[in-house]
Write a protein that binds this ligand. Structure first.
Ligand code: SF4
Length: 237
């Protein structure tokens, strides 16, 4: 069961069956007015969903977690998105005191030293601000696709998120990378220029690098860690 007593994952799945991604987003926005949010990190997938929401005037709040360690290119695409759709994507920041404490105790690159340190940094800069941004909402829209990592292969388009007491909706779950790129090109959607330089999944600057052809989608994130550990905790079960 999910927070809204009259809906279950099964009944929502039935409700969205046969609908396009845009129709599904609109249906959810109408079903849960003011309680549907989309978290964007301005990557290809997120830009597709942003376009679907804003080009179709769907009342879904869009926010981004500004970790303070993002690429300059990411801020540029943020600005371009604001201008293109005449909007202001909301920013959520980590708590200053927590960042100061971590930096003062461990320095600016503690995340390279251990998985624990990396998870601590991701928690302070992403997970805790995300928890605040999601509080009180019913539906969390994400740009997750099954193809992106081993952990995501078994996920479905709608899933209960008991940590945040809401339902996650992944409209692009079954899309291929080629379909995402086609959508961006055909609709002239602003995108992060790092994608043209081999960056597939774009996160914080010190923890993201370009990948070689044929490498796993997540190979460019936290490349010094084991594949199975490569989640930042945003999508923890
Ligand atoms: S991706 Fe790297 S810099 Fe960003 S929050 Fe996680 S550990 Fe910190």
């Amino acid at each position: 069961m999910i927070a809204e007593p009259s809906y279950t994952i099964e009944s929502l799945t039935d409700l969205l069956a046969g609908k396009t991604e845009v129709e599904s987003l609109r249906t959810l926005a109408e079903l849960f007015p003011g309680q549907v949010v989309f978290s964007s990190s301005f990557g290809y997938e997120d830009q597709v969903i942003t376009d679907m929401i804003l080009a179709n005037n769907i009342p879904i709040r869009i926010f981004s977690l500004d970790t303070g360690r993002m690429f300059g290119e990411t801020y540029q695409v943020w600005q371009k998105t604001n201008s293109r759709y005449d909007t202001r994507i909301e920013a959520h920041y980590p708590k200053t005191a927590a960042v100061e404490k971590m930096l003062n105790e461990k320095g600016p690159f503690s995340f390279y030293e251990s998985i624990e340190n990396r998870k601590e940094c991701c928690f302070i800069r992403k997970v805790e601000p995300l928890n605040r941004a999601l509080a009180g909402n019913k539906i969390w829209v994400t740009g997750i696709r099954a193809e992106q990592s081993q952990n995501r292969q078994t996920m479905t388009q709608l899933e209960a998120d008991e940590v945040h007491n809401l339902v996650k909706f992944h409209p692009l779950m079954s899309w291929t990378f080629g379909e995402v790129k086609d959508y961006v090109r055909k609709n002239n959607v602003p995108y992060n220029p790092l994608h043209d330089r081999g960056f597939v999944s774009i996160g914080c600057q010190p923890c993201t690098r370009a990948i070689q052809e044929g490498e796993d989608f997540r190979a460019g994130r936290w490349w010094w860690e084991d594949n199975s550990k490569k989640e930042c905790g945003l999508h923890a079960k």
